[in-house]
Design a protein around this ligand. Structure first.
Ligand SMILES: C[C@@](CO)(OP(=O)(O)O)[C@H](O)COP(=O)(O)OP(=O)(O)OC[C@H]1O[C@@H](n2ccc(N)nc2=O)[C@H](O)[C@@H]1O
Ligand SMILES: Nc1ncnc2c1ncn2[C@@H]1O[C@H](COP(=O)(O)OP(=O)(O)O)[C@@H](O)[C@H]1O
Length: 316
């Protein structure tokens, strides 16, 4: 029998098609209805048996990525979510030998696309394989939920609705494939700060509910209806903290995007440019117009196109 000494796992970013935020709960988290949609911007997490073997389950942690400014926001210590995932798995199973972890980060950092959470999901799957733990899907999902509200979705991918604080996932029927454009901001936003601003702006938030118009649009694969039903309760809070995002959203809408919103807690802005049963030529033309308009604002660090939905963690 051959034993793996290196495992690489690919994991997608997410955009939130609906993010309905309820009141703050007693544990400090907000009740959510969170419709996650995985898109083809991927991080790759590689875990490798450390040599010579060090005394702790961890590890040297290294990262490469999209740009120096993004990498500067990634902690390379035990605060990194991928490292925390490896340590939690070792603690829970008693398994594990020292590993080195390398992150190849293409998902914007602190961008509202759950890159850190994705890396945690990927590290769980990679260490589970490398250490031969062979945990059930349920146990992996349980560990993921303990690491953060968005981590479980990294394991699952596709399109799913999260309730509770976002960690209780149910798959959603979404037969269509969509094309998205993402406008990356030169700045990051802290998720906790954005929820804090939400509390200030909406002290009387109602219980969150799944939008039936969104559910119907997804089930029918109608890109125009999907664009019209995108919504994010955190958007006013993100715009309040970074007002220039409004100009980014307006530029994409003005260039014909079917829908435009801040992704999660931001500041990445997401533009639906087509899909479903639409003619691919028309979608490509709309995409080119939206990309050009966003670049012309001079506000975006990068403008990137991607497809959704895509599967969750995949061993490569
Ligand atoms: C807003 C969302 C939308 O998908 O993601 P991002 O846009 O940041 O990626 C998520 O809810 C973020 O999930 P995640 O990034 O895993 O957050 P966590 O580590 O669990 O929590 C970070 C902080 O966000 C706030 N938080 C998070 C989730 C939640 N349901 N209520 C909250 O109030 C809390 O202040 C918490 O201390
Ligand atoms: N593997 C990781 N990749 C990115 N950020 C990480 C990672 N581990 C911990 N972090 C911390 O989490 C914060 C949020 O990062 P990220 O998950 O990319 O954004 P968001 O929560 O907006 O989706 C970062 O600013 C960083 O301090």
């Amino acid at each position: 029998m051959t034993v793996d000494t290196t495992v690489t796992v690919r994991v997608p970013a997410k955009v939130n098609l609906q993010l309905a935020v309820g009141p703050r709960r007693e544990d400090g988290f907000h009740a959510l209805v969170n419709v996650f949609h995985a898109v083809s911007l991927f991080d790759e997490v590689t875990v490798k048996a450390a040599s010579p073997r060090r005394p702790r389950a961890l590890t040297a942690l290294t990262a490469t990525g999209r740009s120096e400014s993004h990498l500067a926001r990634v902690p390379l210590d035990e605060g990194n979510l991928a490292a925390r995932a490896a340590l939690l798995l070792a603690e829970e199973t008693g398994a594990g030998f020292p590993v080195d972890i390398h992150l190849d980060k293409r998902i914007p950092v602190a961008g509202g696309m759950a890159g850190g959470s994705a890396d945690a999901a990927a590290a769980l799957v990679a260490c589970d394989r490398l250490w031969g733990c062979d945990l059930s899907r349920e146990r992996l999902l349980d560990l993921a939920a303990r690491l953060g509200s968005d981590v479980a979705f990294g394991l699952v991918g596709d399109t799913a609705v999260g309730t509770g604080r976002g960690e209780l996932l149910e798959p959603m029927a979404s037969p269509g494939r969509y094309r998205w454009v993402f406008a990356l901001s030169p700045r990051g936003l802290s998720t906790a700060d954005v929820f804090g601003e939400y509390d200030r702006l909406r002290p009387d938030a109602p219980e969150p509910r799944l939008d039936t118009a969104l559910e119907k649009a997804l089930a029918s694969g109608d890109a125009v209806a999907l664009g019209a039903s995108l919504s994010n309760d955190l958007q006013p809070a993100a715009l309040s903290l970074l007002p220039e995002l409004r100009r980014t959203l307006d530029a994409g809408r003005g260039a014909g995007a079917l829908g435009a919103l801040v992704s999660g807690s931001g500041p990445t802005c997401a533009f639906l440019v087509g899909g479903g049963a639409e003619d691919p030529g028309a979608v490509a033309e709309r995409e080119a117009g939206v990309v050009a308009a966003l670049r012309a604002t001079g506000l975006c660090e990068q403008v990137i196109a991607a497809d959704g939905d895509v599967p969750g963690t995949t061993v490569v």
